[in-house]
Design a protein around this ligand. Sequence first.
Ligand code: ZN
Length: 406
Amino acid sequence: MDNIEKIVLNKIDEMRDEIIKFHQEMVRIPSENPPRKYKEIVKFTENKFKELSLKTQVKRNNVIGELGDGNGRTLILYGHLDTVEAFKGWSKDPFGAEILNGKIYGRGASDDKSSVTAEFFATKALIEAGVKLNGKLILTAVIDEETGGIRGADYILENNIIKGDACLLGDAPCDYPFGYTGGAMYITFTTFGKIAHGLGFPDLPIPYRNEHSGVNSIEKMMRIMNFLLRLKEEFLRTETNYSLPEGWNAAVSSVNMAEIHGGNKITTVPDKCFLHLSINTIPEQDIESIKIRIMNFIEELNNLDPDFKITVQIPIAFEPQVIDENSDFAKAVKKATNLVFGEERGFKLFLPSTDAHWFQKRGIPTILIGSSREDNNVHAKDEFVYIDDLINTTKLFALTALNYLK
Ligand SMILES: [Zn+2]
């Protein structure tokens, strides 16, 4: 470890109480999505960024702070301000930020206000240590991650509000850098039938049907569902070769049929059925070929059955990503990780979807590392973050920026 790295890490240790206090303040400001009440959390974050003399702007509730002149590389740090709803059944106040046994409790304490707190103090430590960055550091505290990111990360990238050469994304598990991410696709199928009396004119094959017979949209959907189950069985036969952290056990791709609606009454042939599902893949697969297989199967059904009517919507589809481990960015993250944990820790695979794909889609290499542990009750009651994990994330952000923007 060189001297400046030591100084920055010491600074962060000295700031421990200040970091805790700041994080409690953030957790005490509700920012549930829905209902997307962001005013207070946005103002708080904006003011804090300004306190660090960052070039600060707010674009549709996304808060962005910049440090440095931009001559050289640009590193983006990422965190999101919105949280899922508090929901009921907590044993603590979800907006109380109570501290107990080295943990801070509250909605968003882990997911993902921990990243925003870490970004802020990583930057503060660099400034106070007198580090002169060669390049630009961009802090982002975005919204709408929990509902897909279109008005958050996607919006600020699409409109060129931020640009960067690399992104370090905190909305992720702790302990390892995640350099490999899975692909994902969200699909909605809608099948259409013909409504009819279910007892008088049910959906029957020739020679039992006539012009009054119904067309059962649920039965049509079952063909799709059977196909999806076969696809899932096939996926289960291929385990990824990329290393996974312990406790996150999905080493295979999956098909999750998530929501289904259809029909009206027990005596009626249903004329409409919806199915919403997600598919996530390991890095060894690609989303495009899965999409083609699904569309080919539907075309086949269309050709075989003149009554088969369907629409397919795929609002989100993104491919898996594998970081170039020889890049300066990967090396900077690796070095930071080794210094913070005092041992060599290699890249791991993270399968769940985050905002990372919005950056990757624009060719910005993205590595994930954050404060989240399996027992943090993320999206559940009694969410908390371990203070030590919060401090480690702050250190990882600071050292990565220090080494990448040398
Ligand atoms: Zn979340």
